[in-house]
Ligand binder design. Structure first.
Ligand code: SF4
Length: 247
């Protein structure tokens, strides 16, 4: 489902022009424009979880802009397999500007000394360990790239490839918004990309270990996240992000 166009007075003056310049471009061309030498969008970071579907986006980035800032939020609760996969992919792709960011130990001690906030209030835990950390990490960037796809969940079914992150005042790009599982698998196979070690065990979406379970047949790819809670998203992707300029 395509998003409904709306207008927003806070959009940058060239939002419409850039939105339409990027419309219809193949993913590789899209990224080439985002990372064009004259930097039409300024500094653009790539945010990745090194999860089950991260390899495709990172391969595309490595082809177009291997020195782009790649931001990985280390919550302190990742699976060992994810950290090993991060190191493997970084080396495999030759990414030279990977920034692992996380909550500083003092803040953790003050805000969650027992490290059990994820059990009591997962929204607060994600806010502390993901959202605030990303807000800080993106301070030097004018825009960011996410690996979200529409097929992943109902909540993501209306994302667009070009958005304005109104909460952070930055461009936001979802270059793979219209890709599906077959597209990803084909690309990953064609380019002989290593798979996340947990993918074959049913982890179609890999987040923090206490909050991630394998997905059962027929479930949405993100159904294994926060299974014991109503929670569906970590908070990095806010509803206000989906703002599309009228033509
Ligand atoms: S996914 Fe779980 S452990 Fe990770 S930040 Fe969110 S609530 Fe905390």
């Amino acid at each position: 489902m395509q998003p409904s166009p709306v207008t927003n007075h806070y959009l940058p003056v060239d939002f419409n022009r850039q939105y339409h310049a990027l419309a219809g471009l193949a993913t590789e061309e899209f990224l080439s424009w985002v990372y064009a030498p004259h930097k039409p969008f300024g500094e653009v970071g790539v945010v990745t979880s090194f999860g089950a579907e991260s390899a495709v986006m990172l391969h595309l980035i490595a082809e177009v802009a291997p020195d782009a800032p790649v931001i990985f939020i280390d919550t302190g609760f990742h699976f060992d397999e994810t950290l090993a996969y991060r190191d493997e992919l970084v080396s495999h792709l030759g990414l030279v500007n990977v920034r692992t960011v996380g909550l500083d130990p003092l803040s953790e001690k003050r805000s969650d000394p027992a490290r059990d906030l994820h059990l009591k209030d997962p929204d607060a835990c994600c806010q502390l360990r993901k959202v605030k950390v990303l807000d800080h990490a993106l301070r030097g960037c004018d825009g960011w790239i996410s690996g979200q796809k529409r097929y992943q969940s109902h909540e993501r079914s209306t994302i667009d490839r070009v958005e304005w992150d109104s909460a952070r005042g930055k461009w936001k790009f979802n270059p793979l918004a219209d890709w599906n599982t077959a597209d990803l698998l084909t690309y990953q196979t064609q380019h002989e990309m290593p798979a996340h070690p947990l993918a074959s065990a049913g982890y179609l979406s890999v987040g923090c270990s206490p909050c991630t379970t394998p997905v059962k047949a027929g479930e949405e790819p993100r159904a294994g996240r926060w299974r014991q809670h109503e929670k569906l998203e970590c908070g990095l992707h806010r509803p206000a992000d989906v703002i599309v300029a009228a033509g």
